[in-house]
Design a protein. Sequence first.
Length: 144
Amino acid sequence: MNPFKLFLVGLALTVALGMLLGTPGTAMAQDAKLIKIHGVGGDALAGVFIDPETAYIKKDTIVVWLSGVKQEEIKVEFADGKKCKSVTAFSVGFNIDKERWCYVTSYVPFAATSSLQFVDEGEYEYKVISKSGKATAMGRLVVE
């Protein structure tokens, strides 16, 4: 099995085990959604794209962003951090950037993930940015 498929299987098993062994007071997710971020270009990054660009999810869904960008690290940044923080739970890899007041990951290397559980309905826009700042893509979550 190739390393990427092995990683995805491991990620799925880890999420499933975590949901099964949840501790008291831990919300159990109804569903999980994987959003893949891909790099465009050979050795030099020419761009990034998000799959799916718009994701439709139910409340309490855990959204996992997976970096498939080999050329350089990327980050995921929500435009309205305060709004996003108030409607999410169980953040992994996200923090509030107090200078710009937005919810953002650190720079994520190839095959790494970050995740949030969305507990309220709404539409949330985010941007994926390469470390060099030369490649960006916009994504949107619609929580129903």
